[in-house]
Design a protein. Sequence first.
Length: 324
Amino acid sequence: MKSILVLFLFILLSQISYSQPGIKYAMVIHGGAGVMSKKSMTAELQKEYISVLDHALQVGDSVLKSGGDCMDAVVKTIMVMEDSPLFNAGKGAVFTHEGTVELDASLMEGKTLGAGAVAGITDIRNPILLARTVMEKSEHVLLTGKGASQFAVEQGFKLVPNSYFYTDKRYQQLQELLKKERVSGTNDKHGTVGCVALDRDGNIAAGTSTGGMTNKKYGRIGDSPIIGAGTYANNATGGFSCTGHGEYYIRLGFARDISAMMEYQKLDIQKACQAEISKLTQLGGTGGVIGLDKSGNIAMEFNTSGMFRGFIKSNGEKQIGIFK
Ligand code: ASP
């Protein structure tokens, strides 16, 4: 009789903890990974980065707090970082070899496995918004270049001149690399942005937006607009957004591989992200990843000396970081 009572109590308690998870919603962001040191970044600049990351977290948090969905949170949060000249996405994007700007972005919804992405965008202020429109208003997943612009106009987007994306800092970075004849992304320059959100309904979305790598040529496209490489979301496992040397991320099928390790090997999100970063290191690549699972567990892993990053949870927990 006593053991039946204990068993009954055990079942009751496990039901309660299952139906009352501590975390109702959560969100994690990154603003790129790369070589960063306290010495090479003025205190003033650190403050500026932290203030934009903080603002981005607040924007996403208010969407989630008021019952908004994870897709809205991800898009609105990424738009804050796309509109800041500090990050390599939207306004602050890096230059191609030809001195123009070509943007990539992608977005995925974990509930439906719906996805939208754009690549080689030259005239849309917020590529993440266009990625969402591709997902919701077209029968495709990935649109590129002129065709993507045509679709954007049909959907009511206003075009901006490519000069809108000009910033002195990025122009100087191109000049340095042109002298050295090198292509650079995360090895020394950084700033791709990403976000993963879990909403009150238990749905997860992930998104990534970038200007790619400075001095890129020949219409080069990295991992950021490739679903499964730079972005992936599945309610059964979690959501992931990557930043790093895109060619390595594409070859590893990076974000999807993390999800697969969680699904098939039953690894937790932290271990799965760490395992994937080890594979990246072994292959010779650099970068980082953020991840968020259905219980609100967060991973922020990178093999560089820094990654702009932060998270916020419904219980008030919040963190913003730059260096290792
Ligand atoms: N992953 C981006 C790309 O390869 C660059 C970055 O994240 O810094 O285009």
